[in-house]
Ligand binder design. Structure first.
Ligand SMILES: Nc1ncnc2c1ncn2[C@@H]1O[C@H](COP(=O)(O)OP(=O)(O)OP(=O)(O)O)[C@@H](O)[C@H]1O
Ligand SMILES: [Mg+2]
Length: 344
């Protein structure tokens, strides 16, 4: 046994260390920085889908403000760990009621800092939407009580899960899914640093499949690198690897299945679908989603399209209710073949 571990690519390794490294959220970064430089930092609420940089942004911001004093001045609470309000209240109370620190923002990193203002302590409440309603309610009072020396930054995926009164105490920023160009830029840096290569079409698929979630993109890249293993001969990530690692069906497989339904007789189509399901591990639900996407690109009469969509959605519902796999597979073939009759 060798103790040589495969070189991993932990997502944490590529967490932005400064605000400049936060990609695709430039407007938010600029606005928040202005708050800091003008010394008027309000309570903040960052919300939006996973992997878009909420936690990274606030941590990078805090590093810019506090530099080496980060540990004394910032309290990071993960609301989904410490769900009870008593825990939160006590931790905040202990942290906030220690002696206030006055002075200028430390600027050792060359970043911006609060100028000439009393320096607020920062309490980061991550994943606040998983806090109970009671906890959120009492948080309102806590926020007001410590307003003299603390600023809160609340992070959440869904703003609708937050108490409206809590939201109204904060300046809100919505983090949108990161655009493909920004993810591409970041991926290129990571690929270079990790000394792997990626084919152009593989990178394109990685960007599309990650759906604006940078964490997902990094995770897939990490899985692909692990799949390459120690094999130093072949260091190139190709498109098949991306689909395999992400667990998404390969578009070519979906196309072959649909082709078979459209062109072959019923039995051949059935056997083809069965083969792809067994050999490639395609799930019926993936097939339905893939067919709908593909058929969207075909020129069809609206009646045909309507029939297919209506019936496939019924099948999808059937599958979600635990319908029999073989029956549902047959039904898919039947639905598409039937609807295609309108094209004749
Ligand atoms: N805008 C971004 N720029 C650069 N890297 C990013 C960005 N967003 C996310 N990442 C990468 O993805 C990882 C996860 O990001 P982060 O924890 O900030 O996401 P989040 O928005 O807080 O997600 P969640 O809602 O799941 O908590 C980071 O370690 C970082 O490597
Ligand atoms: Mg987060």
């Amino acid at each position: 046994m060798t103790d040589k571990k495969p070189d991993s690519l932990p997502v944490e390794k590529y967490r932005p260390t400064s605000l400049n490294e936060v990609k695709g959220q430039e407007e938010i970064v600029t606005t928040v920085r202005k708050f800091v430089t003008s010394g008027k930092l309000p309570h903040l609420l960052f919300y939006g889908p996973p992997g878009t940089g909420k936690t990274s942004t606030i941590i990078a911001l805090a590093r810019e403000i506090y530099g080496p004093n980060y540990k004394n001045m910032v309290l990071e609470l993960n609301a989904s760990d410490d769900r009870g309000i008593d825990v939160v209240r006590n931790q905040i109370k202990n942290f906030a009621s220690t002696r206030q620190i006055f002075g200028m923002g430390s600027n050792s990193n060359g970043g911006s800092s609060m100028k000439g203002e009393r320096l607020f302590k920062l309490i980061i409440l991550d994943e606040a939407d998983s806090m109970t309603n009671v906890a959120q309610n009492s948080l309102r009072r806590i926020i007001e009580k410590y307003i003299k020396n603390c600023r809160f930054c609340i992070l959440a995926n869904y703003s609708h899960k937050l108490n409206p009164a809590l939201i109204s105490r904060c300046t809100r920023f919505r983090f949108n899914p990161i655009n493909e160009e920004s993810i591409r830029e970041r991926m290129k840096t990571v690929i270079l640093k990790e000394k792997v290569e990626i084919e152009d079409d593989a990178l394109d698929s990685l960007l599309t499949l990650s759906n604006g979630d940078m964490r997902r993109a990094l995770n897939v890249l990490q899985a692909c690198k692990a799949a390459l293993g120690q094999d130093s001969v072949n260091n190139v990530i190709d498109i098949d690897m991306i689909y395999d690692c992400i667990g998404a069906p390969h578009p070519q497989d979906i196309e072959n299945c649909l082709d078979s339904i459209l062109k072959d007789d019923w039995t051949t189509s059935y056997l083809t679908l069965l083969k792809y399901k067994n050999v490639k591990g395609l799930a019926l639900i993936d097939l339905i989603t893939g067919f709908i996407e593909l058929l969207g690109k075909y020129k069809l009469k609206s009646k045909t399209r309507l029939e297919i969509l209506k019936n496939l959605s019924d099948i999808e519902y059937g599958i979600s209710r635990g319908g029999n796999d073989k029956i549902q597979t047959s039904a898919i073939i039947g639905v598409i073949k039937d609807a295609m009759e309108f094209e004749k």
